[in-house]
Every structure is written in C-alpha cells, then in structure tokens.
Design a protein around this ligand. Sequence first.
Ligand SMILES: Cc1cc2nc3c(=O)[nH]c(=O)nc-3n(C[C@H](O)[C@H](O)[C@H](O)COP(=O)(O)OP(=O)(O)OC[C@H]3O[C@@H](n4cnc5c(N)ncnc54)[C@H](O)[C@@H]3O)c2cc1C
Length: 355
Amino acid sequence: MKLAIVGGGINGLSSAWQLALAGHQVTLFERDTLMAATSSASSKLLHGGLRYLEQGEFRLVREALQERRWWLKKAPQLTRRLPILYPIYRDSRRPRWQLKIGLWLYDTFAGRKGIGRHRWLTPQQTLRCSPHLAAAGLTGAYLFFDGQMDDRKLGLWMAQQCTKAGVQLVEHSPVLKVTAEGRVLLSSGWQQFDRVVNVAGPWSQQLLQQSGLPQQALDLVRGSHLLLPPISRYGHMLEVPGEARIVFVLPYQCNTLLGTTEVRQQLDEAIKCSAAEREYLLNLYNHYFQPSADSSTVLADFAGVRPLLAGSANASKASREYQLNWQGQLLTVSGGKWTTARALGKQVSQAVASN
Ligand SMILES: Cc1cc2nc3c(=O)[nH]c(=O)nc-3n(C[C@H](O)[C@H](O)[C@H](O)COP(=O)(O)OP(=O)(O)OC[C@H]3O[C@@H](n4cnc5c(N)ncnc54)[C@H](O)[C@@H]3O)c2cc1C
C-alpha cells in the first residue's frame, strides 16, 4: 500500500519504520526538521515509569520496560544504563514498604533479562553516592536502574533505519489538510494515498480541526527542564514536598538535567520554560542539594508539550497510554511515551494491515 505519515517525531518515525518493514511504500512529511519538537525535549529516560505503577498502569509499564531493553541493546552508542537513587526522608510521602513493593514489581516486569535489581542503601551509602544530597532526616535510599538516551540523536538513528527500509523522509513539508479518503494537502497540491497516519503529536488534533474532521480531546501539558552544572554520577528521583509529583535530577552529558514541570498549554502559546517554572525547579533543587543554585547557575532550559490522552483533572495523573483512531482511511495516533514508540509503531502497522 502507498502510505503517508504526518509528523517526524519519534512516534512518526517508528510508525514509518514498522510500516516499511511490513512492505508498504511509505512517505513521511515533517513540517520542520525531524526530531525537532517534543521528542527532543524529553527527560531523556528510557524507562518503564516507576510512578505509573501507583496509577495502576501495569500494561504500559511492562511494555515500556521491554522496550527499554530493546533500545539499550540496539543502540548502545546512544543509550546507557543509569543508576537512580530514590532517597527517603522522615517526612517523605511514600513509606519505604510502598517503594519496596513498587520496585519489586518494576524488577519483575523487567524480567530476568532486566538491567539490574533494586537495593536499599543506608544514609551513609546514599551520601557516598551523592555527597551533595541533603542529609537531615535521610533514612536511606533505594537504588534502581533505568535507561538514559540522547533523545534527538536516538531519533535520528531511527530516521536512518527508516531510510534503510525505504521510507521517503520529506522535511520542511507541512501537511495543510487530510481527508478520510486518504488525501493529503501539501503546498504543492493534493496527493492521494491508500492510508494516511496522523502522528503529529501535540498538533494531531489541530490538523483534524484544520481539515474539518471530528477531533478527540487531548491534554496538552508543558514540561520544562533546566540544565545545571554536574552534581553526581547518580540520577535522583525526588518527591516534590507537599505534592504527589516527583522530579528528576539526572547526570546528563557532563551536566545535570533537572525536570520536569506540568503546566497546561495552548498551541498558540510559545513552548518555553516560564520564569515561574524556573523558580519552581530551582526551589526543588535547593530543597535537596547544597550548594544551592540560582538563575545565574542555569546553563540552559528547554520545554516540550506532552500530548496526553484527556480525562484526568490532574496532569500528573493523566495516562501515558496511546490510542489509535480510524476515520475512513485516516488513522490518528494520540498519546504515547518516547520509550514505547517502537511498540506504538507495531500497533500502527497491525492496524493498517487489518483495515
Ligand atoms: C517534558 C517531557 C518529558 C518527557 N520525558 C520522557 C521520558 O523521559 N521518557 C519517555 O519515554 N517519554 C518522555 N516524554 C514523552 C515523549 O517525549 C513524547 O511522548 C514523544 O516525544 C511524542 O512524540 P511524537 O512523535 O508523538 O510527537 P513530536 O515529537 O512532537 O512529533 C510530532 C511532529 O509532527 C510535526 N508536525 C505537526 N504538525 C504537522 C503538520 N501539519 N505537517 C507535518 N508535520 C507536522 C511536528 O513538527 C513534530 O516534529 C516526555 C515528554 C515531555 C513533554
């Protein structure tokens, strides 16, 4: 079949790859350059998402842990196994037993070929791993493992796999409209395809709106990160005091990546880290680490918008699952995580085969 993909983020690229491997003739249209939007503004984690266990998202976590292993194995030059500390303080929201159950499940879902099992560290052992971490009230930490990536480069690696499989990648080519009959409007005019897959991330519903087609609700939630000087070789998963949220403080390319936030976003607003988000992140960092950081310590910041399935009043509890929705010959993909992009691509390929 002759197929069009709209969107050159990780989900569009992974879908294009899977469809090309299944023998289809695939053209991918990206309005800017490949991997320039959400997919290069992530927390850089290839992870199951320990905190999604709290929300009962067992299917997603199990799938993401399997996909984590695939990325680490297939692209070792752009990924690595990252040790992460979850410190527990006397006033932590989650008791040690709850973390223990979560991490046991996490290791179990990762299977026997996991990347290392969790273990408990005493306060002294924790501070040896992370000497700048606040010591007052520290009762210890769980050490566990996840994957880390250079998201942009790993996505461009996936683009290479697409090219090898015969996908035609067309950058600087915005799709202006799509139809349920498989037509795509470009600045050069209409083109006809057997099927069209709309994987435009946060913009997928906007494209449907522009095309006069019914839309599904998406929650658009901005997440910002700060880049700070190096603090530790270990990653940290930290509770936000007074909130159910967590933030990450991770070693990344010789610096420290601190994030993220959750702020609802409109598509006509600029996607950038606000002064309030910067202050929120710096306050959190200073709650846990010495020496403290301020605006002058920040090396860079960046932001992206999560295209989450709608349905939760609380952005941090919104599902990270994905959904596929057919309208005639047009398939729209909503939601999803970076880590599960290949699994999402396989679902897209199966959906195209059975429609
Ligand atoms: C702050 C933050 C942190 C995250 N951290 C992680 C993490 O650590 N691990 C993890 O697994 N996941 C993480 N995620 C989730 C993950 O990054 C996203 O789910 C994923 O990148 C979405 O990819 P996508 O391809 O659907 O969207 P995008 O990467 O946004 O790609 C969509 C593409 O479509 C293009 N486009 C839009 N409209 C058109 C049009 N009309 N014509 C042509 N092209 C068009 C855009 O230019 C864009 O390139 C994070 C997300 C955010 C925001």
